[in-house]
Write a protein that binds this ligand. Structure first.
Ligand code: MV4
Length: 503
Protein backbone atom coordinates (compact mmCIF):
# COMPACT_ATOMS: atom_id res chain seq x y z
CA UNK A 1 0.00 0.00 0.00
CA UNK A 2 1.05 3.61 -0.57
CA UNK A 3 2.72 5.44 2.28
CA UNK A 4 2.07 8.95 1.00
CA UNK A 5 -0.55 10.44 -1.34
CA UNK A 6 -0.74 13.94 -2.79
CA UNK A 7 -4.25 15.31 -3.14
CA UNK A 8 -4.43 17.58 -6.19
CA UNK A 9 -7.56 19.39 -5.14
CA UNK A 10 -9.07 21.74 -2.55
CA UNK A 11 -12.18 22.20 -0.40
CA UNK A 12 -14.43 19.46 0.84
CA UNK A 13 -13.20 16.81 -1.60
CA UNK A 14 -9.55 17.29 -0.62
CA UNK A 15 -10.58 16.73 3.01
CA UNK A 16 -12.72 13.74 2.07
CA UNK A 17 -9.77 12.05 0.38
CA UNK A 18 -7.35 12.92 3.20
CA UNK A 19 -9.73 11.47 5.79
CA UNK A 20 -9.69 8.15 3.93
CA UNK A 21 -5.89 8.30 3.78
CA UNK A 22 -5.61 8.97 7.50
CA UNK A 23 -7.78 5.97 8.34
CA UNK A 24 -5.60 3.86 6.07
CA UNK A 25 -2.37 5.07 7.71
CA UNK A 26 -1.30 6.97 4.59
CA UNK A 27 0.46 10.33 4.90
CA UNK A 28 -1.15 13.22 3.03
CA UNK A 29 0.24 16.07 0.96
CA UNK A 30 -1.87 19.13 0.14
CA UNK A 31 -1.36 21.66 -2.62
CA UNK A 32 -2.79 25.15 -2.34
CA UNK A 33 -3.11 28.51 -4.06
CA UNK A 34 -2.74 32.00 -2.64
CA UNK A 35 -6.49 32.07 -1.91
CA UNK A 36 -6.25 28.86 0.13
CA UNK A 37 -3.29 29.59 2.43
CA UNK A 38 -5.55 29.22 5.47
CA UNK A 39 -7.84 26.55 4.03
CA UNK A 40 -8.87 23.52 6.04
CA UNK A 41 -7.37 21.01 3.59
CA UNK A 42 -3.98 22.67 4.10
CA UNK A 43 -4.28 22.50 7.89
CA UNK A 44 -5.46 18.90 7.75
CA UNK A 45 -2.65 17.56 5.56
CA UNK A 46 0.64 16.30 6.96
CA UNK A 47 2.47 18.65 4.60
CA UNK A 48 1.47 21.26 2.05
CA UNK A 49 2.96 22.86 -1.05
CA UNK A 50 2.07 26.23 -2.49
CA UNK A 51 1.46 25.88 -6.24
CA UNK A 52 0.53 29.37 -7.41
CA UNK A 53 -1.84 32.30 -7.41
CA UNK A 54 -5.59 32.19 -6.86
CA UNK A 55 -6.86 31.57 -10.42
CA UNK A 56 -6.95 27.79 -10.83
CA UNK A 57 -5.26 28.04 -14.22
CA UNK A 58 -2.20 29.27 -12.26
CA UNK A 59 -2.41 26.72 -9.42
CA UNK A 60 -4.74 23.70 -9.25
CA UNK A 61 -4.48 23.22 -13.02
CA UNK A 62 -0.68 23.54 -13.17
CA UNK A 63 0.42 19.99 -14.00
CA UNK A 64 4.11 20.94 -13.78
CA UNK A 65 3.87 22.42 -10.27
CA UNK A 66 1.72 19.64 -8.92
CA UNK A 67 4.13 16.99 -10.20
CA UNK A 68 7.01 19.00 -8.74
CA UNK A 69 5.28 19.06 -5.33
CA UNK A 70 4.65 15.32 -5.56
CA UNK A 71 8.29 14.59 -6.32
CA UNK A 72 9.61 16.86 -3.59
CA UNK A 73 7.24 15.35 -1.01
CA UNK A 74 8.07 11.78 -1.99
CA UNK A 75 4.39 10.92 -2.58
CA UNK A 76 3.84 7.72 -4.55
CA UNK A 77 0.36 8.50 -5.81
CA UNK A 78 -1.89 11.44 -6.71
CA UNK A 79 -5.61 11.64 -6.05
CA UNK A 80 -7.20 14.24 -8.35
CA UNK A 81 -10.62 14.53 -6.62
CA UNK A 82 -13.27 15.86 -9.01
CA UNK A 83 -13.08 18.85 -11.37
CA UNK A 84 -9.66 20.44 -12.02
CA UNK A 85 -7.33 17.75 -13.48
CA UNK A 86 -9.47 14.73 -12.61
CA UNK A 87 -10.54 13.97 -16.20
CA UNK A 88 -7.41 15.22 -17.90
CA UNK A 89 -5.78 12.30 -19.74
CA UNK A 90 -2.62 14.32 -20.27
CA UNK A 91 -2.26 14.70 -16.50
CA UNK A 92 -2.82 10.97 -15.93
CA UNK A 93 -0.13 10.23 -18.51
CA UNK A 94 2.28 12.78 -17.03
CA UNK A 95 1.86 11.19 -13.58
CA UNK A 96 2.65 7.72 -14.89
CA UNK A 97 5.62 9.10 -16.89
CA UNK A 98 7.03 10.47 -13.63
CA UNK A 99 6.53 7.15 -11.86
CA UNK A 100 3.56 8.47 -9.86
CA UNK A 101 0.42 6.40 -9.54
CA UNK A 102 -2.65 8.29 -10.82
CA UNK A 103 -5.62 7.31 -8.65
CA UNK A 104 -8.05 7.04 -11.54
CA UNK A 105 -8.59 5.04 -14.72
CA UNK A 106 -6.11 4.58 -17.57
CA UNK A 107 -5.54 7.53 -19.89
CA UNK A 108 -6.96 5.34 -22.68
CA UNK A 109 -10.35 4.89 -20.91
CA UNK A 110 -10.44 8.61 -20.15
CA UNK A 111 -9.81 9.50 -23.78
CA UNK A 112 -12.44 7.09 -25.08
CA UNK A 113 -15.11 8.49 -22.77
CA UNK A 114 -13.90 12.08 -23.20
CA UNK A 115 -15.01 11.97 -26.82
CA UNK A 116 -18.80 11.67 -26.78
CA UNK A 117 -18.87 10.45 -30.39
CA UNK A 118 -16.13 7.85 -29.82
CA UNK A 119 -18.06 6.58 -26.79
CA UNK A 120 -21.31 6.45 -28.80
CA UNK A 121 -19.58 4.54 -31.61
CA UNK A 122 -18.15 1.99 -29.20
CA UNK A 123 -21.55 1.46 -27.55
CA UNK A 124 -23.46 1.22 -30.81
CA UNK A 125 -20.91 -1.37 -31.99
CA UNK A 126 -21.63 -3.42 -28.88
CA UNK A 127 -25.40 -3.12 -29.23
CA UNK A 128 -25.76 -0.96 -26.11
CA UNK A 129 -28.50 1.71 -25.84
CA UNK A 130 -27.58 5.27 -26.82
CA UNK A 131 -30.00 8.12 -27.58
CA UNK A 132 -30.93 7.79 -31.29
CA UNK A 133 -28.68 10.04 -33.35
CA UNK A 134 -25.36 10.18 -35.17
CA UNK A 135 -22.21 8.32 -34.23
CA UNK A 136 -19.83 10.69 -36.00
CA UNK A 137 -19.01 14.37 -36.17
CA UNK A 138 -20.94 16.43 -38.68
CA UNK A 139 -18.93 18.68 -40.95
CA UNK A 140 -21.15 20.48 -43.45
CA UNK A 141 -24.56 22.03 -42.93
CA UNK A 142 -25.90 19.94 -45.85
CA UNK A 143 -25.04 16.80 -43.94
CA UNK A 144 -26.58 18.19 -40.75
CA UNK A 145 -29.85 18.95 -42.53
CA UNK A 146 -29.99 15.52 -44.15
CA UNK A 147 -29.28 13.70 -40.87
CA UNK A 148 -31.74 15.94 -38.99
CA UNK A 149 -34.50 14.95 -41.42
CA UNK A 150 -33.76 11.29 -40.81
CA UNK A 151 -33.79 11.65 -37.01
CA UNK A 152 -36.70 14.07 -36.89
CA UNK A 153 -37.44 17.10 -34.69
CA UNK A 154 -37.05 18.20 -31.97
CA UNK A 155 -33.36 17.34 -31.70
CA UNK A 156 -30.24 18.26 -29.77
CA UNK A 157 -26.94 19.47 -31.18
CA UNK A 158 -24.12 18.48 -28.85
CA UNK A 159 -20.39 19.12 -28.77
CA UNK A 160 -18.35 15.92 -29.25
CA UNK A 161 -15.79 17.21 -26.75
CA UNK A 162 -18.52 18.49 -24.41
CA UNK A 163 -20.19 17.08 -21.37
CA UNK A 164 -22.25 18.40 -18.53
CA UNK A 165 -24.37 21.28 -19.73
CA UNK A 166 -21.85 22.84 -22.13
CA UNK A 167 -22.18 22.96 -25.90
CA UNK A 168 -25.85 21.99 -26.06
CA UNK A 169 -28.49 23.34 -28.44
CA UNK A 170 -32.08 22.27 -28.73
CA UNK A 171 -33.57 22.62 -32.21
CA UNK A 172 -37.34 22.53 -32.67
CA UNK A 173 -37.59 22.66 -36.48
CA UNK A 174 -35.55 22.95 -39.65
CA UNK A 175 -35.92 26.74 -39.64
CA UNK A 176 -33.80 26.94 -36.48
CA UNK A 177 -31.23 24.44 -37.64
CA UNK A 178 -28.65 26.46 -39.55
CA UNK A 179 -28.13 29.23 -37.01
CA UNK A 180 -28.16 26.69 -34.15
CA UNK A 181 -25.50 24.64 -35.94
CA UNK A 182 -23.25 27.69 -36.48
CA UNK A 183 -23.59 28.86 -32.86
CA UNK A 184 -23.05 25.36 -31.48
CA UNK A 185 -19.88 24.95 -33.56
CA UNK A 186 -18.37 28.25 -32.50
CA UNK A 187 -19.32 27.65 -28.84
CA UNK A 188 -17.72 24.21 -28.98
CA UNK A 189 -14.60 25.69 -30.57
CA UNK A 190 -14.34 28.35 -27.86
CA UNK A 191 -15.10 26.07 -24.91
CA UNK A 192 -13.28 22.88 -25.97
CA UNK A 193 -10.96 23.95 -28.83
CA UNK A 194 -12.88 21.42 -30.92
CA UNK A 195 -15.87 22.46 -33.07
CA UNK A 196 -17.14 18.90 -33.68
CA UNK A 197 -20.91 18.54 -33.32
CA UNK A 198 -23.20 15.52 -33.37
CA UNK A 199 -26.99 15.13 -33.28
CA UNK A 200 -29.33 13.32 -30.91
CA UNK A 201 -33.09 13.00 -30.91
CA UNK A 202 -34.47 15.27 -28.17
CA UNK A 203 -36.02 13.35 -25.29
CA UNK A 204 -38.96 15.10 -23.61
CA UNK A 205 -38.80 15.47 -19.85
CA UNK A 206 -36.27 12.71 -19.20
CA UNK A 207 -34.91 11.68 -15.84
CA UNK A 208 -31.21 11.76 -15.17
CA UNK A 209 -30.22 8.57 -13.41
CA UNK A 210 -26.61 7.47 -13.11
CA UNK A 211 -25.01 4.20 -12.09
CA UNK A 212 -21.87 3.99 -9.97
CA UNK A 213 -19.34 1.44 -11.17
CA UNK A 214 -16.16 0.13 -9.61
CA UNK A 215 -13.51 -1.84 -11.44
CA UNK A 216 -10.09 -3.14 -10.48
CA UNK A 217 -6.92 -3.44 -12.55
CA UNK A 218 -7.48 -7.17 -13.05
CA UNK A 219 -10.59 -6.95 -15.22
CA UNK A 220 -13.21 -7.30 -12.46
CA UNK A 221 -15.94 -4.69 -12.57
CA UNK A 222 -19.25 -4.32 -10.73
CA UNK A 223 -22.00 -1.73 -10.50
CA UNK A 224 -23.08 -0.13 -7.23
CA UNK A 225 -26.67 0.77 -8.15
CA UNK A 226 -28.05 4.15 -9.10
CA UNK A 227 -28.29 7.74 -8.00
CA UNK A 228 -31.27 9.85 -8.99
CA UNK A 229 -29.90 13.19 -10.19
CA UNK A 230 -32.84 14.79 -11.99
CA UNK A 231 -33.02 17.74 -9.61
CA UNK A 232 -30.75 20.21 -11.34
CA UNK A 233 -30.70 23.94 -11.80
CA UNK A 234 -29.14 25.02 -15.08
CA UNK A 235 -27.26 21.73 -15.42
CA UNK A 236 -25.97 21.92 -11.84
CA UNK A 237 -27.13 19.11 -9.59
CA UNK A 238 -28.97 20.33 -6.52
CA UNK A 239 -30.31 17.23 -4.74
CA UNK A 240 -29.26 13.62 -5.33
CA UNK A 241 -30.70 10.46 -3.85
CA UNK A 242 -30.55 6.70 -3.89
CA UNK A 243 -32.55 4.61 -4.60
CA UNK A 244 -34.28 6.51 -7.40
CA UNK A 245 -38.02 6.77 -6.64
CA UNK A 246 -38.56 6.05 -10.36
CA UNK A 247 -36.85 2.66 -10.66
CA UNK A 248 -38.16 -0.78 -9.86
CA UNK A 249 -35.90 -3.78 -9.26
CA UNK A 250 -36.10 -4.94 -12.86
CA UNK A 251 -35.15 -1.59 -14.43
CA UNK A 252 -32.46 -1.11 -11.77
CA UNK A 253 -30.92 -4.49 -12.63
CA UNK A 254 -31.04 -3.76 -16.38
CA UNK A 255 -29.41 -0.35 -15.98
CA UNK A 256 -26.81 -1.73 -13.60
CA UNK A 257 -25.88 -4.55 -15.97
CA UNK A 258 -25.69 -2.12 -18.89
CA UNK A 259 -23.44 0.22 -16.91
CA UNK A 260 -21.12 -2.65 -16.01
CA UNK A 261 -20.95 -3.72 -19.66
CA UNK A 262 -20.08 -0.16 -20.67
CA UNK A 263 -17.33 -0.04 -18.04
CA UNK A 264 -15.89 -3.34 -19.29
CA UNK A 265 -16.07 -2.14 -22.86
CA UNK A 266 -13.92 0.85 -21.86
CA UNK A 267 -11.40 -1.38 -20.06
CA UNK A 268 -12.29 0.70 -17.03
CA UNK A 269 -10.78 0.57 -13.59
CA UNK A 270 -11.30 2.93 -10.60
CA UNK A 271 -14.66 4.38 -9.51
CA UNK A 272 -16.69 5.74 -12.41
CA UNK A 273 -20.21 6.80 -13.27
CA UNK A 274 -22.36 5.92 -16.24
CA UNK A 275 -25.04 8.55 -16.84
CA UNK A 276 -28.38 7.65 -18.41
CA UNK A 277 -31.43 9.54 -19.53
CA UNK A 278 -34.64 7.63 -18.81
CA UNK A 279 -37.67 8.66 -20.85
CA UNK A 280 -41.34 8.65 -19.89
CA UNK A 281 -41.73 5.14 -21.37
CA UNK A 282 -39.04 3.96 -18.92
CA UNK A 283 -36.59 3.38 -21.77
CA UNK A 284 -33.04 4.28 -20.81
CA UNK A 285 -30.19 5.60 -22.93
CA UNK A 286 -26.49 6.12 -22.29
CA UNK A 287 -25.70 9.83 -22.00
CA UNK A 288 -22.04 10.01 -20.99
CA UNK A 289 -19.55 8.51 -18.61
CA UNK A 290 -17.67 10.34 -15.88
CA UNK A 291 -14.23 8.88 -15.34
CA UNK A 292 -13.73 10.20 -11.80
CA UNK A 293 -15.10 10.18 -8.27
CA UNK A 294 -18.26 12.29 -8.27
CA UNK A 295 -19.44 15.02 -5.97
CA UNK A 296 -22.47 12.92 -4.99
CA UNK A 297 -20.54 9.71 -4.20
CA UNK A 298 -21.57 9.82 -0.48
CA UNK A 299 -25.16 8.97 -1.45
CA UNK A 300 -23.95 5.61 -2.75
CA UNK A 301 -21.68 5.15 0.24
CA UNK A 302 -24.64 5.64 2.57
CA UNK A 303 -26.95 3.05 1.01
CA UNK A 304 -24.21 0.52 0.28
CA UNK A 305 -21.91 0.80 3.27
CA UNK A 306 -18.84 1.20 1.07
CA UNK A 307 -16.02 3.75 1.19
CA UNK A 308 -15.46 4.65 -2.44
CA UNK A 309 -12.30 6.65 -1.82
CA UNK A 310 -10.64 3.79 0.03
CA UNK A 311 -11.70 1.45 -2.78
CA UNK A 312 -10.14 3.83 -5.32
CA UNK A 313 -6.88 3.84 -3.40
CA UNK A 314 -6.82 0.05 -3.04
CA UNK A 315 -7.58 -0.40 -6.73
CA UNK A 316 -4.81 2.02 -7.71
CA UNK A 317 -2.39 0.04 -5.51
CA UNK A 318 -3.28 -3.08 -7.52
CA UNK A 319 -5.56 -4.80 -5.01
CA UNK A 320 -8.44 -6.91 -6.34
CA UNK A 321 -12.06 -5.83 -5.81
CA UNK A 322 -13.38 -6.95 -2.44
CA UNK A 323 -16.99 -7.18 -3.63
CA UNK A 324 -18.92 -9.50 -5.87
CA UNK A 325 -22.00 -8.25 -7.71
CA UNK A 326 -24.33 -10.50 -5.67
CA UNK A 327 -23.21 -8.79 -2.46
CA UNK A 328 -24.34 -5.37 -3.67
CA UNK A 329 -27.71 -4.26 -2.30
CA UNK A 330 -29.06 -0.85 -1.38
CA UNK A 331 -30.24 -0.50 2.17
CA UNK A 332 -32.54 2.34 3.27
CA UNK A 333 -32.53 5.71 1.56
CA UNK A 334 -29.96 8.50 1.24
CA UNK A 335 -30.31 12.12 0.11
CA UNK A 336 -27.72 14.81 -0.54
CA UNK A 337 -28.20 18.58 -0.65
CA UNK A 338 -25.38 20.64 -2.13
CA UNK A 339 -25.08 23.67 0.09
CA UNK A 340 -23.74 26.62 -1.86
CA UNK A 341 -22.69 30.15 -0.96
CA UNK A 342 -25.32 31.69 -3.20
CA UNK A 343 -28.38 33.85 -2.75
CA UNK A 344 -31.63 32.14 -3.73
CA UNK A 345 -33.46 35.47 -3.36
CA UNK A 346 -31.15 37.02 -5.95
CA UNK A 347 -31.14 34.51 -8.80
CA UNK A 348 -28.65 32.28 -6.94
CA UNK A 349 -25.94 34.87 -7.34
CA UNK A 350 -22.66 33.64 -5.76
CA UNK A 351 -22.24 34.93 -2.21
CA UNK A 352 -18.65 34.28 -1.20
CA UNK A 353 -17.14 36.05 1.82
CA UNK A 354 -16.41 35.72 5.52
CA UNK A 355 -18.24 33.03 7.47
CA UNK A 356 -19.03 34.77 10.76
CA UNK A 357 -20.91 31.94 12.41
CA UNK A 358 -21.31 28.26 11.69
CA UNK A 359 -23.23 25.54 13.41
CA UNK A 360 -23.55 22.27 11.53
CA UNK A 361 -26.21 19.60 12.03
CA UNK A 362 -25.40 16.32 13.68
CA UNK A 363 -27.12 13.37 15.27
CA UNK A 364 -28.38 10.11 13.79
CA UNK A 365 -27.94 9.50 10.08
CA UNK A 366 -26.21 12.77 9.20
CA UNK A 367 -23.00 13.39 7.33
CA UNK A 368 -21.70 16.85 6.53
CA UNK A 369 -18.77 16.86 4.09
CA UNK A 370 -17.43 20.37 4.12
CA UNK A 371 -14.23 22.33 3.84
CA UNK A 372 -15.36 25.41 5.73
CA UNK A 373 -15.06 26.74 9.28
CA UNK A 374 -16.04 29.80 11.28
CA UNK A 375 -13.70 32.63 10.30
CA UNK A 376 -12.94 31.20 6.84
CA UNK A 377 -13.44 33.46 3.85
CA UNK A 378 -15.03 31.60 0.96
CA UNK A 379 -12.89 32.62 -2.03
CA UNK A 380 -14.54 34.08 -5.10
CA UNK A 381 -12.21 32.23 -7.47
CA UNK A 382 -13.67 28.74 -7.10
CA UNK A 383 -16.93 26.86 -7.13
CA UNK A 384 -18.86 28.20 -4.10
CA UNK A 385 -19.80 24.72 -2.76
CA UNK A 386 -19.71 24.98 1.04
CA UNK A 387 -20.79 21.54 2.05
CA UNK A 388 -22.59 18.39 1.05
CA UNK A 389 -25.24 17.50 3.54
CA UNK A 390 -26.06 13.80 3.32
CA UNK A 391 -28.67 11.96 5.33
CA UNK A 392 -29.59 8.31 5.58
CA UNK A 393 -32.70 6.72 7.00
CA UNK A 394 -34.62 3.49 6.58
CA UNK A 395 -36.96 4.77 3.84
CA UNK A 396 -37.57 7.84 1.68
CA UNK A 397 -40.22 9.61 3.80
CA UNK A 398 -38.06 9.31 6.90
CA UNK A 399 -34.95 10.38 5.01
CA UNK A 400 -36.85 13.46 3.81
CA UNK A 401 -37.91 14.30 7.37
CA UNK A 402 -34.34 13.86 8.53
CA UNK A 403 -33.05 16.14 5.76
CA UNK A 404 -35.56 18.82 6.80
CA UNK A 405 -34.41 18.52 10.38
CA UNK A 406 -30.73 18.73 9.34
CA UNK A 407 -31.30 21.78 7.14
CA UNK A 408 -33.16 23.51 9.98
CA UNK A 409 -30.22 22.83 12.29
CA UNK A 410 -27.74 24.25 9.78
CA UNK A 411 -26.74 27.79 10.71
CA UNK A 412 -24.40 29.84 8.56
CA UNK A 413 -24.03 33.57 9.05
CA UNK A 414 -22.04 36.20 7.19
CA UNK A 415 -22.84 34.79 3.76
CA UNK A 416 -26.02 33.75 1.97
CA UNK A 417 -26.72 30.08 1.31
CA UNK A 418 -29.28 28.09 -0.65
CA UNK A 419 -30.54 26.31 2.51
CA UNK A 420 -33.91 28.17 2.50
CA UNK A 421 -34.41 27.05 -1.11
CA UNK A 422 -33.91 23.38 -0.16
CA UNK A 423 -36.46 23.68 2.63
CA UNK A 424 -39.02 24.81 0.08
CA UNK A 425 -38.13 22.15 -2.50
CA UNK A 426 -38.46 19.49 0.20
CA UNK A 427 -42.04 20.67 0.84
CA UNK A 428 -43.06 20.47 -2.80
CA UNK A 429 -45.73 17.78 -3.36
CA UNK A 430 -44.16 16.61 -6.63
CA UNK A 431 -40.77 16.22 -5.00
CA UNK A 432 -42.32 14.40 -2.05
CA UNK A 433 -44.15 12.01 -4.38
CA UNK A 434 -41.07 11.45 -6.55
CA UNK A 435 -42.81 12.91 -9.58
CA UNK A 436 -40.10 15.03 -11.23
CA UNK A 437 -37.76 15.15 -14.20
CA UNK A 438 -34.65 17.09 -15.26
CA UNK A 439 -36.68 20.22 -16.00
CA UNK A 440 -38.46 20.30 -12.61
CA UNK A 441 -36.35 22.93 -10.81
CA UNK A 442 -35.95 25.24 -13.78
CA UNK A 443 -39.71 25.15 -14.42
CA UNK A 444 -40.39 25.95 -10.75
CA UNK A 445 -38.05 28.92 -10.88
CA UNK A 446 -39.56 30.21 -14.13
CA UNK A 447 -42.90 30.18 -12.35
CA UNK A 448 -41.65 32.37 -9.53
CA UNK A 449 -40.81 29.71 -6.97
CA UNK A 450 -37.66 31.46 -5.75
CA UNK A 451 -39.45 34.46 -4.37
CA UNK A 452 -37.56 37.34 -2.87
CA UNK A 453 -38.25 38.28 0.74
CA UNK A 454 -40.87 40.92 -0.04
CA UNK A 455 -42.95 38.81 -2.38
CA UNK A 456 -42.64 35.83 -0.04
CA UNK A 457 -44.24 38.01 2.64
CA UNK A 458 -46.88 39.12 0.15
CA UNK A 459 -47.55 35.52 -0.69
CA UNK A 460 -48.07 34.65 2.97
CA UNK A 461 -50.41 37.58 3.44
CA UNK A 462 -52.35 36.44 0.38
CA UNK A 463 -52.50 32.88 1.69
CA UNK A 464 -53.83 34.11 5.04
CA UNK A 465 -56.32 36.40 3.37
CA UNK A 466 -57.51 33.51 1.22
CA UNK A 467 -57.90 31.31 4.27
CA UNK A 468 -59.94 33.98 6.00
CA UNK A 469 -61.98 34.70 2.91
CA UNK A 470 -62.68 31.00 2.55
CA UNK A 471 -65.01 31.66 5.41
CA UNK A 472 -66.00 30.52 8.85
CA UNK A 473 -65.60 26.90 7.84
CA UNK A 474 -61.82 27.14 8.01
CA UNK A 475 -61.43 29.16 11.19
CA UNK A 476 -60.43 26.11 13.11
CA UNK A 477 -58.55 24.53 10.27
CA UNK A 478 -54.81 25.02 9.92
CA UNK A 479 -53.83 28.03 7.85
CA UNK A 480 -51.48 27.14 4.96
CA UNK A 481 -48.08 27.01 6.59
CA UNK A 482 -45.67 29.78 5.70
CA UNK A 483 -42.07 28.84 4.99
CA UNK A 484 -40.17 28.93 8.24
CA UNK A 485 -37.74 31.81 8.26
CA UNK A 486 -35.73 31.22 11.39
CA UNK A 487 -34.02 28.03 12.36
CA UNK A 488 -35.47 25.50 14.73
CA UNK A 489 -32.71 26.27 17.23
CA UNK A 490 -33.75 29.86 17.76
CA UNK A 491 -37.44 29.06 17.96
CA UNK A 492 -36.74 26.35 20.53
CA UNK A 493 -34.62 28.71 22.64
CA UNK A 494 -37.35 31.29 22.67
CA UNK A 495 -39.99 28.78 23.69
CA UNK A 496 -37.84 27.72 26.59
CA UNK A 497 -37.49 31.30 27.86
CA UNK A 498 -41.23 31.78 27.72
CA UNK A 499 -41.86 28.53 29.54
CA UNK A 500 -39.70 29.75 32.39
CA UNK A 501 -41.77 32.87 32.94
CA UNK A 502 -43.77 32.78 36.16
CA UNK A 503 -47.48 32.60 35.49
C1 MV4 B 1 -30.38 15.63 -23.58
C2 MV4 B 1 -31.67 15.98 -23.16
C3 MV4 B 1 -32.72 15.55 -23.94
N1 MV4 B 1 -32.48 14.82 -25.05
N2 MV4 B 1 -30.20 14.91 -24.69
C4 MV4 B 1 -28.00 18.25 -20.42
C5 MV4 B 1 -26.66 18.03 -19.82
C6 MV4 B 1 -25.98 17.07 -20.73
N3 MV4 B 1 -25.13 16.18 -20.01
C7 MV4 B 1 -27.09 16.37 -21.41
N4 MV4 B 1 -28.28 17.11 -21.19
C8 MV4 B 1 -29.43 16.76 -21.79
N5 MV4 B 1 -29.30 16.00 -22.89
C9 MV4 B 1 -31.24 14.52 -25.40
N6 MV4 B 1 -31.03 13.81 -26.52
C10 MV4 B 1 -31.83 16.73 -22.00
C11 MV4 B 1 -30.69 17.13 -21.31
C12 MV4 B 1 -30.91 17.92 -20.14
C13 MV4 B 1 -30.54 17.46 -18.87
C14 MV4 B 1 -29.91 16.23 -18.70
C15 MV4 B 1 -29.55 15.79 -17.46
C16 MV4 B 1 -29.82 16.56 -16.35
C17 MV4 B 1 -30.43 17.78 -16.48
C18 MV4 B 1 -30.80 18.25 -17.74
C19 MV4 B 1 -31.44 19.47 -17.87
C20 MV4 B 1 -31.78 19.92 -19.10
C21 MV4 B 1 -31.51 19.14 -20.24
Amino acid sequence: MFKKILVANRGEIALRVMRACREMGIHTVAVYSDADRKALHVRYADEAFHVGSAPSIESYLRIDRILEAAKRSGAEAIHPGYGFLSENAEFAQACEAEGLNFIGPSARSMELMGSKTAARQALIGAGLPVVPGTDHNLESFDEVRRVAREIGYPLMLKAAAGGGGKGLRRVRNEGELESAFRTARSEAQNAFKDPSIYIEKYLERPRHIEVQILGDRHGHLIHLCERECSLQRRHQKVVEESPSPFLDDSLRAQMGETAARIGKLAGYWNAGTVEFLVDQDRKFYFLEMNTRLQVEHPVTEAVLGVDLVKEQIRIAAGEPLRWRQEQVRQRGHALECRIYAEDPENNFFPSPGLIRGLRTPSGPGIRDDSGIFEGWTVPIEYDPLLSKLVVWDVNRPEALARMRRALEEYEVSGIKTNIPFFLRVLEHPDFISGNFDTGFIDRLLENGFALDGASADAERVAALAAAIAAGRRSLHEPVPSAPRKESGWKAAGRRQLMDQKPR
